[in-house]
Design a protein around this ligand. Sequence first.
Ligand code: AMP
Length: 306
Amino acid sequence: MKLLAVGSVAFDAIETPFGKTGKILGGAATFIGLAASAMKTEVSLVSVVGGDFPQEYFDLLKSKNINIDGVEIIKNGKSFFWSGKYHNDLNSRDTLITEVNVLADFDPKIPEHSADAEVLLLGNLDPAVQLSVLDKMKKRPELVILDTMNFWMDIALENLMKIIAKTDVISINDEEARQLSGEYSLVKAAKKIREMGPKFVIIKKGEHGALLFHESKIFAIPALPLEDVFDPTGAGDTFAGGFAAYIAKKGKFDFETMKSALIIGSALASFTVEKFGTERIQNVTSEDLTDRINRFKELTTFEALV
Ligand code: AMP
């Protein structure tokens, strides 16, 4: 099945307890594309950058078989720039700078070849843009996956609720699920969020794994305990990209497929956090991925004891 993803393609500057970068390649759609590429799944990106975006980055994305026909270049504009600083535990961060630049007037253009994509991943962006992408599709995709964050709950709740109502799968973190639902219990939160529209609710819990809710069913996975966690930027986008890529590859939307997709998304996100920015995820081999999936299996399989 065809996979189309919309999100930011950007410059990031990151500070963690282990060091600091200058302006490097970032953006939600970038991580989504690289995750799909690591899954050997074709993906088309819809985004916008400025004339300052280096050819080297386009070449990198193209070399990973990521279709960027839908990435518009505004020659006299500047690319989106985000800068963040992580606290000592790496679980929380402060946004230092958000320069929206060309993303401010983003009018997404969907390439003809992708307007009938069966799987649409609406990466973390202004819900108004997410709504317009869905509107511009030739037909309603078979599966719409939404990634969002508390920032949009604070400033664009009305549009966010509109897009949530049109979504099949929503991916958010625990804090955001609580904010969106007003419930502390994640089980109650997921139930309320399902009542807003999505049949499937994914709640990410950072280094504590993720939960998948569907009807009365719950599936839980841990995060792989890693020796080196260096920079969590893009972990959520990588997760969503890997999840969507697996589903597009399988062409099935049932709970069992979603469970496997959750593992794939988490395995891929575990690479992203090992180095700054896209450095690790852009170099993941099939062997690396297989190895990590096997580690997930080892970590979670046991014999029934009674
Ligand atoms: P994550 O760590 O998964 O939350 O994603 C971080 C990525 O999201 C970075 O590469 C940023 O460039 C991008 N990002 C941060 N804030 C925004 C925003 N308001 N709109 C679009 N992309 C953003």
